[in-house]
Design a protein around this ligand. Structure first.
Ligand code: F6R
Length: 619
Protein backbone atom coordinates (compact mmCIF):
# COMPACT_ATOMS: atom_id res chain seq x y z
CA UNK A 1 0.00 0.00 0.00
CA UNK A 2 1.30 3.39 -1.03
CA UNK A 3 3.97 3.60 -3.69
CA UNK A 4 7.33 5.30 -3.41
CA UNK A 5 9.50 6.45 -6.30
CA UNK A 6 12.86 8.20 -6.17
CA UNK A 7 15.55 9.37 -8.55
CA UNK A 8 19.08 10.80 -8.35
CA UNK A 9 21.13 11.33 -11.50
CA UNK A 10 21.70 13.65 -14.44
CA UNK A 11 18.23 13.49 -15.96
CA UNK A 12 15.24 15.61 -15.02
CA UNK A 13 13.61 13.79 -12.11
CA UNK A 14 9.98 14.83 -12.59
CA UNK A 15 9.13 12.76 -15.71
CA UNK A 16 10.77 9.69 -14.16
CA UNK A 17 8.91 10.19 -10.90
CA UNK A 18 5.53 10.72 -12.57
CA UNK A 19 5.93 7.68 -14.82
CA UNK A 20 6.91 5.67 -11.77
CA UNK A 21 3.86 6.87 -9.85
CA UNK A 22 1.60 5.77 -12.70
CA UNK A 23 3.19 2.33 -12.54
CA UNK A 24 2.70 2.17 -8.77
CA UNK A 25 -0.77 3.64 -8.73
CA UNK A 26 -2.23 0.18 -8.15
CA UNK A 27 -0.76 0.40 -4.62
CA UNK A 28 -2.90 3.38 -3.67
CA UNK A 29 -4.61 6.18 -5.50
CA UNK A 30 -6.26 8.58 -3.13
CA UNK A 31 -3.61 11.31 -3.38
CA UNK A 32 -0.14 11.80 -4.83
CA UNK A 33 2.83 14.10 -4.49
CA UNK A 34 6.37 14.85 -5.65
CA UNK A 35 9.33 16.71 -4.23
CA UNK A 36 12.38 17.86 -6.16
CA UNK A 37 15.37 20.06 -5.39
CA UNK A 38 15.16 22.59 -8.21
CA UNK A 39 18.00 23.93 -10.31
CA UNK A 40 17.93 27.07 -8.16
CA UNK A 41 18.27 24.99 -4.99
CA UNK A 42 14.65 25.14 -3.75
CA UNK A 43 13.14 22.07 -2.09
CA UNK A 44 9.70 22.02 -3.72
CA UNK A 45 6.79 19.83 -2.68
CA UNK A 46 3.65 19.49 -4.82
CA UNK A 47 0.64 17.41 -3.81
CA UNK A 48 -2.89 16.76 -4.98
CA UNK A 49 -5.90 14.79 -3.85
CA UNK A 50 -6.89 11.98 -6.21
CA UNK A 51 -4.94 10.17 -8.85
CA UNK A 52 -1.56 10.95 -10.34
CA UNK A 53 -3.20 12.79 -13.26
CA UNK A 54 -4.63 15.29 -10.78
CA UNK A 55 -1.10 15.94 -9.52
CA UNK A 56 0.17 16.39 -13.08
CA UNK A 57 -2.63 18.84 -13.76
CA UNK A 58 -1.93 20.81 -10.59
CA UNK A 59 1.81 21.36 -11.22
CA UNK A 60 1.45 22.72 -14.74
CA UNK A 61 2.64 26.21 -13.77
CA UNK A 62 5.13 25.20 -11.11
CA UNK A 63 8.88 24.77 -11.10
CA UNK A 64 9.32 21.05 -11.60
CA UNK A 65 13.01 21.20 -12.43
CA UNK A 66 15.65 19.19 -10.64
CA UNK A 67 17.68 16.05 -11.06
CA UNK A 68 16.87 14.62 -7.66
CA UNK A 69 13.39 13.84 -6.38
CA UNK A 70 11.02 11.61 -4.47
CA UNK A 71 7.36 10.87 -5.07
CA UNK A 72 4.44 9.04 -3.51
CA UNK A 73 1.01 7.68 -4.33
CA UNK A 74 -1.08 7.19 -1.21
CA UNK A 75 -3.52 4.73 0.28
CA UNK A 76 -4.66 6.58 3.38
CA UNK A 77 -4.11 5.08 6.82
CA UNK A 78 -3.75 8.11 9.11
CA UNK A 79 -5.75 11.14 8.08
CA UNK A 80 -8.32 11.49 5.32
CA UNK A 81 -7.22 11.52 1.70
CA UNK A 82 -6.56 15.18 0.89
CA UNK A 83 -3.67 17.29 -0.34
CA UNK A 84 -2.53 18.21 3.17
CA UNK A 85 -2.20 14.61 4.28
CA UNK A 86 -0.64 13.56 0.98
CA UNK A 87 3.12 12.91 0.87
CA UNK A 88 5.86 14.20 0.67
CA UNK A 89 5.86 16.03 3.99
CA UNK A 90 8.17 18.87 4.88
CA UNK A 91 10.03 19.14 8.15
CA UNK A 92 9.51 22.26 10.26
CA UNK A 93 12.36 24.22 8.63
CA UNK A 94 11.45 22.90 5.18
CA UNK A 95 15.03 21.66 4.84
CA UNK A 96 13.76 18.06 4.54
CA UNK A 97 10.99 16.33 2.61
CA UNK A 98 10.02 12.71 3.14
CA UNK A 99 7.76 10.02 1.66
CA UNK A 100 6.68 6.98 3.64
CA UNK A 101 4.92 3.67 3.12
CA UNK A 102 3.85 1.83 6.28
CA UNK A 103 2.51 2.75 9.70
CA UNK A 104 4.35 4.37 12.60
CA UNK A 105 2.49 2.82 15.53
CA UNK A 106 3.90 5.11 18.24
CA UNK A 107 3.38 8.28 16.23
CA UNK A 108 1.07 9.84 18.83
CA UNK A 109 3.67 9.62 21.60
CA UNK A 110 6.36 10.91 19.27
CA UNK A 111 4.15 13.76 18.11
CA UNK A 112 3.37 14.86 21.68
CA UNK A 113 7.07 14.84 22.49
CA UNK A 114 7.91 16.85 19.37
CA UNK A 115 5.10 19.32 20.09
CA UNK A 116 6.51 19.87 23.57
CA UNK A 117 9.78 20.84 21.85
CA UNK A 118 8.02 23.41 19.69
CA UNK A 119 7.36 21.43 16.52
CA UNK A 120 4.05 22.20 14.83
CA UNK A 121 2.18 19.94 12.46
CA UNK A 122 0.12 20.64 9.34
CA UNK A 123 -1.29 17.16 8.74
CA UNK A 124 -2.81 14.28 10.71
CA UNK A 125 -0.29 11.78 9.38
CA UNK A 126 2.25 9.59 11.10
CA UNK A 127 4.62 10.49 8.24
CA UNK A 128 4.90 14.13 9.20
CA UNK A 129 5.90 12.95 12.67
CA UNK A 130 8.72 10.96 11.10
CA UNK A 131 10.19 13.84 9.10
CA UNK A 132 9.96 16.15 12.11
CA UNK A 133 11.64 13.53 14.24
CA UNK A 134 14.53 13.29 11.78
CA UNK A 135 14.94 17.05 11.83
CA UNK A 136 14.77 17.07 15.61
CA UNK A 137 17.54 14.42 15.71
CA UNK A 138 19.71 16.51 13.37
CA UNK A 139 19.30 19.49 15.70
CA UNK A 140 19.71 17.57 18.94
CA UNK A 141 22.77 15.56 17.91
CA UNK A 142 24.17 18.20 15.56
CA UNK A 143 24.47 15.35 13.12
CA UNK A 144 24.23 14.84 9.40
CA UNK A 145 21.02 13.54 7.86
CA UNK A 146 22.16 9.94 7.61
CA UNK A 147 22.99 9.70 11.32
CA UNK A 148 19.78 11.54 12.22
CA UNK A 149 17.73 9.03 10.22
CA UNK A 150 19.44 6.24 12.16
CA UNK A 151 18.60 7.90 15.48
CA UNK A 152 15.03 8.59 14.46
CA UNK A 153 14.32 5.08 13.21
CA UNK A 154 15.61 3.59 16.45
CA UNK A 155 12.76 5.29 18.31
CA UNK A 156 10.09 4.30 15.81
CA UNK A 157 7.72 1.36 16.35
CA UNK A 158 6.04 0.12 13.20
CA UNK A 159 6.67 -0.41 9.53
CA UNK A 160 8.27 1.94 7.06
CA UNK A 161 9.85 2.39 3.71
CA UNK A 162 11.04 5.97 3.44
CA UNK A 163 12.92 8.23 1.06
CA UNK A 164 14.17 11.60 2.14
CA UNK A 165 15.60 14.75 0.51
CA UNK A 166 17.67 17.49 2.13
CA UNK A 167 17.56 20.95 0.61
CA UNK A 168 21.08 21.81 1.72
CA UNK A 169 22.45 18.59 0.23
CA UNK A 170 21.08 18.22 -3.30
CA UNK A 171 23.59 15.52 -4.27
CA UNK A 172 22.41 12.78 -1.96
CA UNK A 173 19.37 10.57 -1.58
CA UNK A 174 18.64 8.59 1.57
CA UNK A 175 16.17 5.75 2.04
CA UNK A 176 15.39 3.06 4.60
CA UNK A 177 13.02 0.18 5.16
CA UNK A 178 11.47 -2.03 7.78
CA UNK A 179 8.46 -4.17 6.98
CA UNK A 180 7.52 -2.26 3.78
CA UNK A 181 9.28 -2.97 0.51
CA UNK A 182 11.88 -0.74 -1.12
CA UNK A 183 14.10 -1.47 -4.10
CA UNK A 184 17.11 0.52 -5.30
CA UNK A 185 17.82 0.50 -9.02
CA UNK A 186 21.46 1.06 -9.90
CA UNK A 187 22.14 2.52 -13.33
CA UNK A 188 24.71 4.49 -15.28
CA UNK A 189 24.06 7.22 -17.81
CA UNK A 190 25.85 7.36 -21.16
CA UNK A 191 28.74 9.30 -19.58
CA UNK A 192 29.22 6.53 -17.07
CA UNK A 193 27.84 8.59 -14.17
CA UNK A 194 25.89 6.81 -11.47
CA UNK A 195 22.10 7.04 -11.43
CA UNK A 196 19.89 5.70 -8.67
CA UNK A 197 16.20 4.85 -8.76
CA UNK A 198 13.89 3.92 -5.93
CA UNK A 199 10.65 1.99 -6.15
CA UNK A 200 8.26 0.16 -3.87
CA UNK A 201 8.55 -2.52 -6.49
CA UNK A 202 10.55 -2.91 -9.66
CA UNK A 203 7.94 -1.46 -12.04
CA UNK A 204 9.17 2.17 -11.91
CA UNK A 205 12.78 1.01 -12.30
CA UNK A 206 12.81 -1.68 -14.98
CA UNK A 207 12.68 0.83 -17.84
CA UNK A 208 16.05 2.33 -16.82
CA UNK A 209 18.08 -0.50 -15.33
CA UNK A 210 17.75 -4.18 -14.56
CA UNK A 211 20.29 -4.05 -11.72
CA UNK A 212 18.56 -3.77 -8.36
CA UNK A 213 19.21 -4.09 -4.65
CA UNK A 214 16.44 -5.30 -2.37
CA UNK A 215 16.85 -3.34 0.83
CA UNK A 216 16.48 -5.49 3.95
CA UNK A 217 14.65 -4.61 7.15
CA UNK A 218 16.34 -1.98 9.29
CA UNK A 219 18.75 -0.99 6.54
CA UNK A 220 19.43 2.61 5.56
CA UNK A 221 21.00 3.47 2.21
CA UNK A 222 22.78 6.62 1.17
CA UNK A 223 23.45 7.36 -2.49
CA UNK A 224 25.23 10.30 -4.06
CA UNK A 225 26.06 11.64 -7.49
CA UNK A 226 29.64 10.43 -7.28
CA UNK A 227 28.46 6.84 -7.19
CA UNK A 228 28.54 6.31 -3.46
CA UNK A 229 26.08 3.66 -2.34
CA UNK A 230 26.43 2.71 1.30
CA UNK A 231 24.05 0.52 3.20
CA UNK A 232 24.21 0.49 6.97
CA UNK A 233 21.84 -1.08 9.46
CA UNK A 234 20.30 0.60 12.48
CA UNK A 235 23.18 -0.71 14.60
CA UNK A 236 25.56 1.12 12.26
CA UNK A 237 27.03 -2.05 10.81
CA UNK A 238 28.03 -1.69 7.16
CA UNK A 239 26.11 -4.09 4.86
CA UNK A 240 27.29 -5.47 1.54
CA UNK A 241 24.89 -4.46 -1.24
CA UNK A 242 23.86 -7.47 -3.36
CA UNK A 243 22.96 -6.66 -6.95
CA UNK A 244 20.18 -8.73 -8.53
CA UNK A 245 19.15 -8.79 -12.19
CA UNK A 246 15.45 -8.11 -12.74
CA UNK A 247 13.46 -10.71 -14.65
CA UNK A 248 10.74 -8.39 -15.88
CA UNK A 249 10.02 -6.85 -19.23
CA UNK A 250 8.21 -3.65 -20.08
CA UNK A 251 5.42 -5.41 -22.02
CA UNK A 252 4.13 -6.77 -18.73
CA UNK A 253 3.57 -3.21 -17.56
CA UNK A 254 1.53 -2.08 -20.57
CA UNK A 255 -2.08 -2.90 -21.38
CA UNK A 256 -1.10 -4.34 -24.78
CA UNK A 257 -4.26 -3.18 -26.56
CA UNK A 258 -6.67 -4.28 -23.82
CA UNK A 259 -8.86 -1.61 -22.18
CA UNK A 260 -7.80 -2.73 -18.70
CA UNK A 261 -4.97 -4.65 -17.09
CA UNK A 262 -7.52 -6.99 -15.55
CA UNK A 263 -8.86 -8.13 -18.94
CA UNK A 264 -5.32 -8.47 -20.29
CA UNK A 265 -4.34 -10.56 -17.29
CA UNK A 266 -7.43 -12.79 -17.62
CA UNK A 267 -6.49 -13.49 -21.24
CA UNK A 268 -2.84 -13.99 -20.35
CA UNK A 269 -3.66 -16.98 -18.14
CA UNK A 270 -3.00 -19.80 -20.60
CA UNK A 271 0.46 -18.47 -21.44
CA UNK A 272 1.17 -17.45 -17.88
CA UNK A 273 0.47 -20.99 -16.69
CA UNK A 274 2.54 -22.46 -19.51
CA UNK A 275 5.45 -20.39 -18.22
CA UNK A 276 4.70 -21.44 -14.68
CA UNK A 277 4.91 -25.17 -15.48
CA UNK A 278 7.76 -24.89 -18.02
CA UNK A 279 10.75 -26.91 -16.85
CA UNK A 280 8.74 -28.15 -13.90
CA UNK A 281 6.17 -30.47 -15.40
CA UNK A 282 7.75 -33.00 -17.70
CA UNK A 283 5.07 -34.79 -19.69
CA UNK A 284 7.38 -37.27 -21.39
CA UNK A 285 9.19 -38.41 -18.28
CA UNK A 286 6.09 -38.00 -16.16
CA UNK A 287 8.00 -35.97 -13.68
CA UNK A 288 7.46 -32.86 -11.62
CA UNK A 289 10.50 -30.88 -10.53
CA UNK A 290 10.33 -27.99 -8.11
CA UNK A 291 13.83 -26.80 -7.38
CA UNK A 292 12.64 -25.36 -4.06
CA UNK A 293 11.91 -28.89 -2.88
CA UNK A 294 14.93 -30.78 -4.19
CA UNK A 295 17.05 -29.98 -1.12
CA UNK A 296 14.14 -30.11 1.28
CA UNK A 297 12.44 -33.36 0.34
CA UNK A 298 12.88 -34.74 3.84
CA UNK A 299 10.97 -31.82 5.35
CA UNK A 300 7.95 -32.68 3.22
CA UNK A 301 8.42 -36.41 3.68
CA UNK A 302 8.55 -36.28 7.44
CA UNK A 303 6.34 -33.32 8.29
CA UNK A 304 3.43 -33.86 10.64
CA UNK A 305 1.16 -31.49 8.78
CA UNK A 306 1.13 -28.50 6.45
CA UNK A 307 -0.28 -25.12 7.39
CA UNK A 308 -0.97 -22.65 4.58
CA UNK A 309 -1.23 -18.96 5.49
CA UNK A 310 -2.65 -16.43 3.06
CA UNK A 311 -5.16 -13.60 2.59
CA UNK A 312 -7.97 -12.85 0.14
CA UNK A 313 -7.72 -14.51 -3.25
CA UNK A 314 -4.52 -16.25 -2.20
CA UNK A 315 -6.47 -17.79 0.69
CA UNK A 316 -8.93 -19.20 -1.84
CA UNK A 317 -6.17 -20.80 -3.89
CA UNK A 318 -4.69 -22.14 -0.65
CA UNK A 319 -8.01 -23.85 0.11
CA UNK A 320 -7.93 -25.58 -3.28
CA UNK A 321 -4.33 -26.54 -2.52
CA UNK A 322 -5.43 -28.04 0.79
CA UNK A 323 -8.07 -30.22 -0.89
CA UNK A 324 -5.56 -31.45 -3.45
CA UNK A 325 -2.64 -32.07 -1.09
CA UNK A 326 -4.85 -33.87 1.43
CA UNK A 327 -6.32 -36.06 -1.31
CA UNK A 328 -3.08 -36.76 -3.14
CA UNK A 329 -0.65 -36.89 -0.22
CA UNK A 330 -2.81 -38.01 2.70
CA UNK A 331 -1.37 -35.39 4.98
CA UNK A 332 -3.42 -32.96 7.08
CA UNK A 333 -3.39 -29.43 5.68
CA UNK A 334 -4.77 -26.43 7.53
CA UNK A 335 -5.52 -23.19 5.74
CA UNK A 336 -5.33 -20.08 7.86
CA UNK A 337 -6.21 -16.46 7.36
CA UNK A 338 -2.80 -14.96 8.07
CA UNK A 339 -4.38 -12.04 9.93
CA UNK A 340 -6.06 -14.42 12.41
CA UNK A 341 -3.22 -16.89 12.68
CA UNK A 342 -0.64 -14.30 13.67
CA UNK A 343 -2.59 -13.11 16.70
CA UNK A 344 -4.01 -16.28 18.21
CA UNK A 345 -1.03 -18.12 19.56
CA UNK A 346 -1.55 -21.13 17.27
CA UNK A 347 -0.06 -24.54 17.95
CA UNK A 348 2.91 -24.92 15.62
CA UNK A 349 5.23 -27.92 15.76
CA UNK A 350 8.85 -27.98 14.68
CA UNK A 351 7.97 -30.68 12.18
CA UNK A 352 5.24 -28.58 10.55
CA UNK A 353 5.74 -27.13 7.11
CA UNK A 354 4.20 -23.66 6.88
CA UNK A 355 3.47 -22.40 3.38
CA UNK A 356 2.85 -18.73 2.64
CA UNK A 357 0.86 -18.03 -0.52
CA UNK A 358 1.06 -14.44 -1.72
CA UNK A 359 1.06 -12.79 -5.12
CA UNK A 360 2.87 -9.66 -3.96
CA UNK A 361 5.02 -11.39 -1.37
CA UNK A 362 4.54 -8.23 0.71
CA UNK A 363 1.22 -8.77 2.50
CA UNK A 364 1.93 -7.64 6.06
CA UNK A 365 -0.29 -10.25 7.75
CA UNK A 366 1.14 -13.14 5.75
CA UNK A 367 4.66 -11.99 6.45
CA UNK A 368 3.93 -11.72 10.17
CA UNK A 369 2.26 -15.16 10.17
CA UNK A 370 5.34 -16.86 8.77
CA UNK A 371 7.63 -14.93 11.09
CA UNK A 372 5.59 -16.34 13.97
CA UNK A 373 5.86 -19.84 12.49
CA UNK A 374 9.61 -19.42 12.10
CA UNK A 375 9.97 -18.41 15.73
CA UNK A 376 8.35 -21.75 16.63
CA UNK A 377 10.79 -23.70 14.47
CA UNK A 378 8.58 -24.63 11.50
CA UNK A 379 10.00 -25.00 8.01
CA UNK A 380 8.79 -22.14 5.80
CA UNK A 381 7.93 -22.44 2.13
CA UNK A 382 6.89 -19.46 0.02
CA UNK A 383 4.67 -19.41 -3.05
CA UNK A 384 4.99 -15.85 -4.36
CA UNK A 385 4.81 -14.11 -7.69
CA UNK A 386 6.99 -11.07 -7.08
CA UNK A 387 10.63 -12.05 -7.24
CA UNK A 388 12.77 -10.84 -4.37
CA UNK A 389 9.69 -9.90 -2.31
CA UNK A 390 9.79 -9.90 1.48
CA UNK A 391 7.95 -13.22 1.88
CA UNK A 392 10.10 -14.89 -0.77
CA UNK A 393 13.16 -13.79 1.16
CA UNK A 394 11.80 -14.63 4.60
CA UNK A 395 11.00 -18.26 3.75
CA UNK A 396 13.45 -21.18 3.85
CA UNK A 397 12.60 -22.24 0.33
CA UNK A 398 9.85 -21.77 -2.20
CA UNK A 399 8.49 -21.59 -5.71
CA UNK A 400 7.82 -18.50 -7.79
CA UNK A 401 4.66 -18.41 -9.88
CA UNK A 402 6.38 -16.83 -12.90
CA UNK A 403 3.03 -15.59 -14.24
CA UNK A 404 4.40 -12.10 -14.90
CA UNK A 405 3.57 -8.82 -13.20
CA UNK A 406 -0.05 -8.59 -12.10
CA UNK A 407 -1.10 -4.94 -12.21
CA UNK A 408 -4.91 -5.10 -11.99
CA UNK A 409 -5.88 -4.83 -8.34
CA UNK A 410 -8.22 -7.81 -8.65
CA UNK A 411 -6.08 -10.90 -8.75
CA UNK A 412 -6.69 -13.22 -11.72
CA UNK A 413 -3.64 -14.87 -13.26
CA UNK A 414 -1.92 -15.04 -9.88
CA UNK A 415 -4.89 -17.07 -8.58
CA UNK A 416 -4.69 -19.70 -11.32
CA UNK A 417 -0.89 -19.58 -11.09
CA UNK A 418 -1.12 -20.33 -7.38
CA UNK A 419 -3.54 -23.19 -7.96
CA UNK A 420 -1.32 -24.84 -10.57
CA UNK A 421 1.77 -24.32 -8.38
CA UNK A 422 0.02 -25.91 -5.40
CA UNK A 423 -0.99 -28.78 -7.71
CA UNK A 424 2.66 -29.24 -8.73
CA UNK A 425 3.64 -29.12 -5.08
CA UNK A 426 1.00 -31.73 -4.24
CA UNK A 427 2.35 -34.02 -6.95
CA UNK A 428 5.93 -33.64 -5.71
CA UNK A 429 4.91 -34.37 -2.12
CA UNK A 430 2.83 -37.34 -3.26
CA UNK A 431 5.91 -38.75 -5.00
CA UNK A 432 8.08 -38.15 -1.95
CA UNK A 433 5.56 -39.79 0.37
CA UNK A 434 4.56 -42.43 -2.15
CA UNK A 435 0.86 -41.83 -1.73
CA UNK A 436 -0.33 -42.09 -5.35
CA UNK A 437 -0.27 -45.08 -7.65
CA UNK A 438 1.90 -44.66 -10.75
CA UNK A 439 -1.18 -44.74 -12.95
CA UNK A 440 -2.92 -42.00 -11.01
CA UNK A 441 0.23 -39.90 -10.82
CA UNK A 442 0.86 -40.17 -14.56
CA UNK A 443 -2.74 -39.40 -15.38
CA UNK A 444 -2.65 -36.26 -13.18
CA UNK A 445 0.60 -35.11 -14.80
CA UNK A 446 -0.94 -35.56 -18.27
CA UNK A 447 -4.09 -33.75 -17.29
CA UNK A 448 -2.29 -30.87 -15.60
CA UNK A 449 -0.21 -30.42 -18.72
CA UNK A 450 -3.36 -29.81 -20.75
CA UNK A 451 -4.80 -27.15 -18.44
CA UNK A 452 -3.33 -24.09 -20.27
CA UNK A 453 -4.86 -25.27 -23.59
CA UNK A 454 -8.17 -25.89 -21.88
CA UNK A 455 -8.02 -22.40 -20.38
CA UNK A 456 -7.55 -21.02 -23.88
CA UNK A 457 -10.60 -22.96 -25.03
CA UNK A 458 -12.59 -21.59 -22.07
CA UNK A 459 -11.64 -18.01 -22.95
CA UNK A 460 -12.48 -18.46 -26.64
CA UNK A 461 -15.84 -20.05 -25.87
CA UNK A 462 -17.04 -17.50 -23.32
CA UNK A 463 -16.59 -14.31 -25.31
CA UNK A 464 -20.29 -13.43 -25.18
CA UNK A 465 -20.22 -12.89 -21.42
CA UNK A 466 -19.80 -9.24 -22.37
CA UNK A 467 -23.40 -8.92 -23.61
CA UNK A 468 -24.84 -11.24 -21.00
CA UNK A 469 -23.29 -9.29 -18.12
CA UNK A 470 -25.20 -6.12 -19.07
CA UNK A 471 -28.38 -7.74 -17.71
CA UNK A 472 -27.04 -7.84 -14.19
CA UNK A 473 -25.94 -4.30 -13.55
CA UNK A 474 -29.16 -3.59 -11.62
CA UNK A 475 -28.50 -6.42 -9.12
CA UNK A 476 -27.76 -5.64 -5.50
CA UNK A 477 -26.77 -9.18 -4.49
CA UNK A 478 -25.35 -12.35 -5.99
CA UNK A 479 -24.83 -15.81 -4.55
CA UNK A 480 -22.11 -18.18 -5.72
CA UNK A 481 -22.30 -21.88 -4.98
CA UNK A 482 -19.89 -24.76 -5.40
CA UNK A 483 -18.98 -28.01 -3.70
CA UNK A 484 -15.66 -29.70 -3.04
CA UNK A 485 -12.92 -28.15 -5.14
CA UNK A 486 -15.42 -25.64 -6.45
CA UNK A 487 -16.43 -24.19 -3.10
CA UNK A 488 -13.25 -22.02 -3.07
CA UNK A 489 -14.07 -21.08 -6.68
CA UNK A 490 -17.48 -19.83 -5.47
CA UNK A 491 -15.70 -17.75 -2.83
CA UNK A 492 -13.33 -16.37 -5.44
CA UNK A 493 -16.11 -15.60 -7.94
CA UNK A 494 -18.00 -13.69 -5.24
CA UNK A 495 -14.88 -11.77 -4.16
CA UNK A 496 -14.10 -10.78 -7.76
CA UNK A 497 -17.61 -9.44 -8.26
CA UNK A 498 -17.80 -7.46 -5.04
CA UNK A 499 -14.36 -5.90 -5.22
CA UNK A 500 -14.68 -4.44 -8.71
CA UNK A 501 -18.43 -3.94 -9.24
CA UNK A 502 -19.33 -3.12 -5.58
CA UNK A 503 -22.26 -5.56 -5.82
CA UNK A 504 -22.69 -7.57 -2.67
CA UNK A 505 -21.88 -11.24 -3.33
CA UNK A 506 -21.47 -14.29 -1.12
CA UNK A 507 -19.90 -17.65 -1.84
CA UNK A 508 -21.23 -20.75 -0.07
CA UNK A 509 -20.73 -24.48 -0.17
CA UNK A 510 -23.85 -25.43 -2.18
CA UNK A 511 -25.19 -27.82 0.45
CA UNK A 512 -25.05 -25.13 3.14
CA UNK A 513 -27.80 -23.19 1.39
CA UNK A 514 -30.56 -24.99 3.19
CA UNK A 515 -29.03 -24.11 6.56
CA UNK A 516 -29.93 -20.46 6.20
CA UNK A 517 -28.92 -18.61 3.04
CA UNK A 518 -31.76 -20.15 1.01
CA UNK A 519 -34.02 -17.62 2.75
CA UNK A 520 -32.38 -14.98 0.53
CA UNK A 521 -33.56 -16.58 -2.71
CA UNK A 522 -36.25 -14.84 -4.74
CA UNK A 523 -36.76 -13.99 -8.41
CA UNK A 524 -34.33 -11.07 -8.08
CA UNK A 525 -31.42 -13.15 -6.86
CA UNK A 526 -28.87 -14.43 -9.41
CA UNK A 527 -27.26 -17.64 -8.18
CA UNK A 528 -24.04 -18.67 -9.88
CA UNK A 529 -23.54 -22.42 -9.54
CA UNK A 530 -20.33 -24.18 -10.45
CA UNK A 531 -21.64 -27.54 -11.63
CA UNK A 532 -19.04 -29.45 -13.67
CA UNK A 533 -19.66 -33.06 -14.56
CA UNK A 534 -16.78 -34.16 -12.31
CA UNK A 535 -17.38 -34.15 -8.59
CA UNK A 536 -20.73 -34.34 -6.79
CA UNK A 537 -22.66 -33.50 -9.94
CA UNK A 538 -25.94 -35.14 -8.82
CA UNK A 539 -25.78 -33.43 -5.44
CA UNK A 540 -25.29 -30.05 -7.09
CA UNK A 541 -28.21 -30.78 -9.41
CA UNK A 542 -30.40 -31.26 -6.32
CA UNK A 543 -29.11 -28.00 -4.86
CA UNK A 544 -30.02 -26.22 -8.11
CA UNK A 545 -33.52 -27.69 -7.96
CA UNK A 546 -33.96 -26.28 -4.46
CA UNK A 547 -33.08 -22.82 -5.74
CA UNK A 548 -35.19 -23.07 -8.87
CA UNK A 549 -38.25 -24.00 -6.90
CA UNK A 550 -37.82 -20.69 -5.05
CA UNK A 551 -37.59 -18.77 -8.35
CA UNK A 552 -33.86 -18.00 -8.11
CA UNK A 553 -32.10 -17.20 -11.38
CA UNK A 554 -29.49 -19.83 -12.17
CA UNK A 555 -26.25 -18.99 -13.95
CA UNK A 556 -24.19 -22.14 -14.19
CA UNK A 557 -20.68 -23.20 -15.08
CA UNK A 558 -21.02 -26.57 -16.77
CA UNK A 559 -18.88 -29.08 -18.59
CA UNK A 560 -18.99 -29.08 -22.39
CA UNK A 561 -21.79 -31.42 -23.52
CA UNK A 562 -23.82 -31.03 -20.32
CA UNK A 563 -27.58 -30.96 -20.86
CA UNK A 564 -29.18 -31.47 -17.44
CA UNK A 565 -27.83 -28.41 -15.61
CA UNK A 566 -27.89 -26.38 -18.81
CA UNK A 567 -31.63 -26.96 -19.17
CA UNK A 568 -32.23 -25.98 -15.56
CA UNK A 569 -30.22 -22.77 -15.94
CA UNK A 570 -31.17 -19.35 -17.16
CA UNK A 571 -27.67 -19.09 -18.58
CA UNK A 572 -24.64 -21.37 -18.73
CA UNK A 573 -20.91 -20.90 -19.19
CA UNK A 574 -19.16 -23.91 -20.68
CA UNK A 575 -15.75 -25.29 -19.73
CA UNK A 576 -13.89 -28.35 -21.06
CA UNK A 577 -13.85 -31.58 -19.11
CA UNK A 578 -10.96 -32.18 -16.74
CA UNK A 579 -10.20 -33.93 -13.46
CA UNK A 580 -12.22 -32.77 -10.49
CA UNK A 581 -9.13 -31.33 -8.78
CA UNK A 582 -8.18 -29.16 -11.76
CA UNK A 583 -11.64 -27.77 -12.55
CA UNK A 584 -11.06 -24.57 -10.48
CA UNK A 585 -8.47 -23.28 -12.97
CA UNK A 586 -11.10 -23.47 -15.74
CA UNK A 587 -14.28 -22.68 -13.80
CA UNK A 588 -12.90 -19.45 -12.40
CA UNK A 589 -12.37 -17.96 -15.87
CA UNK A 590 -16.04 -17.27 -16.73
CA UNK A 591 -16.47 -15.89 -13.22
CA UNK A 592 -13.55 -13.50 -13.70
CA UNK A 593 -15.04 -12.39 -17.02
CA UNK A 594 -18.52 -12.03 -15.52
CA UNK A 595 -17.27 -9.74 -12.76
CA UNK A 596 -15.15 -7.77 -15.23
CA UNK A 597 -18.04 -7.15 -17.63
CA UNK A 598 -20.61 -6.41 -14.91
CA UNK A 599 -18.18 -3.90 -13.38
CA UNK A 600 -17.31 -2.20 -16.67
CA UNK A 601 -21.01 -2.04 -17.61
CA UNK A 602 -21.52 -0.21 -14.31
CA UNK A 603 -18.71 2.17 -15.24
CA UNK A 604 -16.39 1.03 -12.44
CA UNK A 605 -12.65 1.49 -12.53
CA UNK A 606 -11.83 -2.21 -12.51
CA UNK A 607 -8.06 -1.81 -12.33
CA UNK A 608 -8.24 0.51 -9.35
CA UNK A 609 -11.41 -0.21 -7.40
CA UNK A 610 -12.30 2.13 -4.57
CA UNK A 611 -10.67 1.65 -1.17
CA UNK A 612 -8.43 -1.15 -2.39
CA UNK A 613 -4.73 -1.42 -3.02
CA UNK A 614 -2.85 -4.24 -4.65
CA UNK A 615 -0.24 -4.82 -2.05
CA UNK A 616 -1.55 -4.74 1.51
CA UNK A 617 1.55 -3.83 3.46
CA UNK A 618 -0.32 -2.62 6.54
CA UNK A 619 -2.30 -4.75 8.98
C1 F6R B 1 -8.35 -9.93 -4.52
C2 F6R B 1 -7.01 -9.68 -4.12
C3 F6R B 1 -6.67 -9.71 -2.68
C4 F6R B 1 -5.30 -10.38 -2.48
C5 F6R B 1 -4.88 -10.29 -1.00
C6 F6R B 1 -3.59 -11.01 -0.75
O1 F6R B 1 -8.51 -9.89 -5.91
O2 F6R B 1 -6.15 -9.43 -4.93
O3 F6R B 1 -7.65 -10.36 -1.94
O4 F6R B 1 -5.38 -11.70 -2.88
O5 F6R B 1 -4.77 -8.96 -0.62
O6 F6R B 1 -2.56 -10.46 -1.52
P1 F6R B 1 -1.24 -11.27 -1.81
O7 F6R B 1 -1.59 -12.44 -2.63
O8 F6R B 1 -0.38 -10.29 -2.52
O9 F6R B 1 -0.69 -11.67 -0.48
Amino acid sequence: MCGIVGYLGDQQAYPILIKGLHRLEYRGYDSAGVSMISQSGELNVYKAKGKVVALEESVKNDDISGTIGIAHTRWATHGEPNATNAHPHYSQSKNLSLVHNGIIENYKTLRTELESRGYTFCSETDTEVLVQLVECMMDTHKSDLFTAVQFALKSVVGAYAIAILEKSNPDQLICARKGSPLIIGVGKNENGNAEYYLGSDATPIVEYTNQVIYLNDEEIAIMDRKGRLDIVNLQNVQQTPHLHTLQMNLDQLEKGGFPHFMLKEIWEQPNALRTCIRGRLNKEQKDVILSGIIDNKEKFKNCRRIIICACGTSWHSALIGKYFIEEACQIPVEVEYASEFRYRNPVIFEDDVVIAVSQSGETADTLAAIQLAKSKGAFLYGICNVIGSSIARATDSGTYLHVGAEIGVASTKAFTGQVITLSLLGLVIAKVRNTLSDDMYNMLVDELFMIPDKMQWTLENNKNIDEFAQKFTYCKNFIYLGRGYNYPVALEGALKLKEISYIHAEGYPAAEMKHGPIALIDEEMPVVVIAPRQGMYDKVVSNIQEIKSRNGKIISVVTEGDTIVKEMSDYSFVIPDTRDCFVPMLAVIPLQLLSYYVATAKGRNVDQPRNLAKSVTVE
